[in-house]
Design a protein around this ligand. Structure first.
Ligand SMILES: Cc1cc2nc3c(=O)[nH]c(=O)nc-3n(C[C@H](O)[C@H](O)[C@H](O)COP(=O)(O)OP(=O)(O)OC[C@H]3O[C@@H](n4cnc5c(N)ncnc54)[C@H](O)[C@@H]3O)c2cc1C
Ligand code: SF4
Length: 339
């Protein structure tokens, strides 16, 4: 009989690992709390830096996982350890015995309401990176006036690298996401003026630097190094942003039709810990803890528990998919070592 592997989280990490485990001869059982698969990618439009539609990535992974047992709208209620196995009880009444559990619970976005000074939920023209992706995907947003949008700004590091917001970590993907979203806006509205307000630009990935250069050279996007000090609304209903341009050494004031806050990536697994009455160790950065971050990043300190994707920290799509493949192989090797 094929060995069960319970996978918690049906984002791209969970889906990729499920497909790989099935082809290695296992019986993956995928548990997703939402009514759809794909995790955050189900809301994203095009992926940096090649602008591949996110929906194509999700549908390809869902297709590869088509023969797998998938429970959507399902949560883990309880996990019990029984000698060398786990008994996983689900909210749909199903109970699964497994020797291996893969956590692929991903991340949640920083709640931009908490940075009141940027006016999210106060001024109509202030949205988040996630809101903008949904709008690019064709979901109407009353805050974005299609007929009258000639200027936009992006605020980097919202709820990341911010001790006061409780998250000193860099969210890694939001610099390049801001550039991608700025380019997407410029493609839609070529005459638009677009500013990015940043502290540091973290262009760590393949082709990212080219993307950044292209944003300036081909799309005329302006980059201002400096923290936004004040956001307010003028009588015309536009948003006024004040910042200090630390490179030019002078204050900047711009009036915009749209301000996009680059909300950071935070850990999601805490909700799993609260609900499942089983404690998965959390690291100092708030994400799930792996055995070490060098070679054993797929292994939890707990025997038989494995990890993949953004549940251990901010990740790009290629990094997430690579980790999921690696987790499937780690699980396979671990089962072999038990024989
Ligand atoms: C605004 C934004 C834009 C981005 N754009 C890009 C891009 O263009 N290119 C790129 O490479 N990367 C991009 N990223 C990063 C990308 O979103 C992540 O790499 C990817 O979503 C990680 O996938 P994941 O499966 O690990 O997590 P997630 O996408 O978070 O999926 C986790 C899944 O687990 C489920 N889940 C969580 N807890 C439980 C539970 N207890 N029980 C059951 N199910 C549970 C969730 O509902 C979700 O479906 C972007 C990130 C942001 C914030
Ligand atoms: S990736 Fe960029 S915007 Fe995101 S937290 Fe790091 S420095 Fe800030």
């Amino acid at each position: 009989m094929r060995e069960n592997v319970v996978i918690i989280g049906g984002g791209i990490a969970g889906l990729e690992a499920a497909g790989q485990l099935a082809s290695l001869g296992y019986n993956p059982i995928l548990i997703e709390k939402e009514d759809h698969l794909g995790g955050h990618l189900a809301d994203w439009h095009c992926l940096f830096p090649d602008m591949i539609p996110a929906k194509d990535v999700v549908s390809s992974l869902v297709g590869k996982a088509s023969s797998i047992n998938i429970f959507t709208r399902t949560e883990v209620l309880r996990i019990n350890r029984l000698r060398d196995s786990y008994n996983v009880m689900l909210s749909n009444g199903v109970s699964v015995m497994t020797r291996a559990i893969l956590l692929a619970t991903g991340f949640r976005l920083f709640d931009a309401h908490k940075k009141e000074e940027y006016g999210y939920g106060i001024y109509n023209q202030v949205i988040t990176n996630s809101d903008l992706e949904k709008w690019f995907n064709g979901n109407p947003d009353s805050r974005i006036d299609n007929s009258h949008i000639s200027s936009a700004g992006f605020v980097h590091c919202v709820g990341s690298r911010d001790e006061k917001a409780g998250n000193p970590q860099c969210s890694k993907v939001c610099c390049i996401t801001a550039i991608k979203q700025a380019i997407e806006l410029k493609k839609k509205y070529p005459d638009m003026m677009v500013w990015c307000f940043y502290m540091d630009l973290r262009m760590f990935g393949k082709k990212y630097e080219d993307f950044y250069i292209s944003a300036q050279r081909d799309y005329g996007i302006r980059f201002i190094r400096g923290r936004v000090s004040e956001v307010s609304e003028n009588i015309e209903g536009k948003v006024v942003v004040k910042a200090e341009d630390t490179l030019a050494g002078r204050p900047v004031k711009v009036t915009l039709d749209l301000l996009v806050l680059m909300s950071g990536m935070l850990c999601n697994p805490q909700t799993l810990n609260e609900k499942a009455t089983w404690h998965f160790p959390i690291d100092s950065d708030g994400f799930l803890k792996c055995r070490n971050t060098v070679a054993d990043f797929n292994l939890s300190p707990q025997e038989g528990i494995f990890l993949a994707g953004a549940c251990t920290g901010p990740k790009t799509v290629p990094e997430t998919i690579a980790e999921a493949r690696s987790a499937a192989l780690s699980i396979h090797n671990w089962f072999n070592s038990k024989e």
